[in-house]
Design a binder for this molecule. Structure first.
Ligand SMILES: *Cc1c(COP(=O)(O)O)cnc(C)c1O
Length: 307
């Protein structure tokens, strides 16, 4: 389909106060610049999932209230004139005012179905998927986050040949592990790929093992901010300071947490990995508007930029 092109994004050198450039060479791969609405890694993961399908199919997938993936799917559905259905975690959301992410999904023509957490847990269950296929005729069901073999194949296109030669370490935020898996598969054996988990999912490692063909990876599982979409004042201040220093906007769910962790570890002289570091910025800025509304309601400092 016309939407998906082959893209190689740029690496930008990061100059961070207190980190000596002679000791550490930090670069950021600007996957966040691929598209204004679609997160960089969701573009990668949807590419092969959507390229091969016939036009009459409706696309069904799963996500939480801030889902970059559902928004991406709804956008592509609108662009390619395909019906889309989003199955959203949280039955209670049905009765609340929708956040901007979900509102935009609806504006793009996506139908939303809110399910409770027990039903949501069945999202990879074969019997449940069969039932969904019966309810939604002629549909393609894409797993949460677009993480399947085709999604991972798309993420194998993030690294360039030069990246495989130059860098010792590749860092990426992790949700379902698809992007991380694609990077591992396409890395060189002498590189270490480090995943920074944004949620508390003890099964993550087993999921990743199923998708990868190498052992050169490490998963950092304890999100210091308490789990998926959890935050504190320190994180919001960090996002604002990082923007002031670099003019790079970080999302509050994935990339800011990873970069906070990397910089903090280096500053505390606890970085035990290589010196040439490539940080993959996966994007996800669309969640900021919903997040800022939440912060305003709590009378907290907000993120100082818009997308
Ligand atoms: C979905 C998402 C991730 C997590 O990617 P996975 O492949 O699910 O691990 C990271 N960053 C952003 C911005 C995302 O939207």
């Amino acid at each position: 389909m016309s939407f998906f092109k082959n893209i190689q994004t740029k690496n930008q050198k990061l100059i961070i106060p207190f980190i000596n450039e002679k000791d550490f060479e930090l670069y950021m791969k600007r996957e966040d610049l691929i598209h204004p609405v679609i997160s960089g890694n969701k573009f990668r993961k949807l590419k092969y999932n959507i390229q091969s399908i016939d036009k009459k199919k409706q696309l069904i997938s799963f996500g939480g209230a801030y889902s970059n993936h559902l928004l991406a799917l709804s956008y592509i559905g609108k662009y390619e004139n395909l019906n889309t259905v989003g199955i959203v975690r949280g039955e209670e959301l049905k009765n609340l005012e929708l956040n901007t992410t979900l509102k935009r999904c609806i504006e793009n023509g996506m139908k939303l179905k809110f399910v409770d957490r027990n039903e949501y847990r069945l999202r990879n269950n074969k019997v449940y998927i069969k039932k969904l296929k019966k309810t939604y005729m002629n549909s393609l069901i894409i797993p949460e986050g677009g993480t399947n073999d085709k999604g991972i194949k798309g993420c194998e296109e993030i690294l360039s040949d030069d990246d495989r030669v130059f860098f010792d370490v590749i860092c990426v935020p992790v949700g379902s592990g698809g992007t991380f898996s694609g990077l591992i598969n396409s890395s060189s054996k002498k590189q270490l790929v480090i995943g920074f988990s944004s949620l508390n999912n003890s099964n993550l490692k087993n999921d990743i093992i199923k998708f990868v063909n190498k052992k050169n990876w490490e998963l950092i599982e304890d999100d210091v901010f308490g789990g998926y979409a959890k935050f504190n004042q320190e994180l919001i201040s960090f996002i604002n300071n990082f923007y002031n220093i670099t003019k790079i906007k970080l999302d509050p769910i994935y990339n800011s947490k990873m970069i906070f962790r990397i910089i903090d570890t280096i500053k505390k002289k606890k970085w035990r990995f290589g010196k040439r570091i490539l940080i993959i910025n996966t994007g996800g800025l669309q969640s900021i508007e919903s997040f800022n509304n939440l912060l305003k309601n709590k009378k907290c400092e907000t993120i100082s930029f818009t997308t």
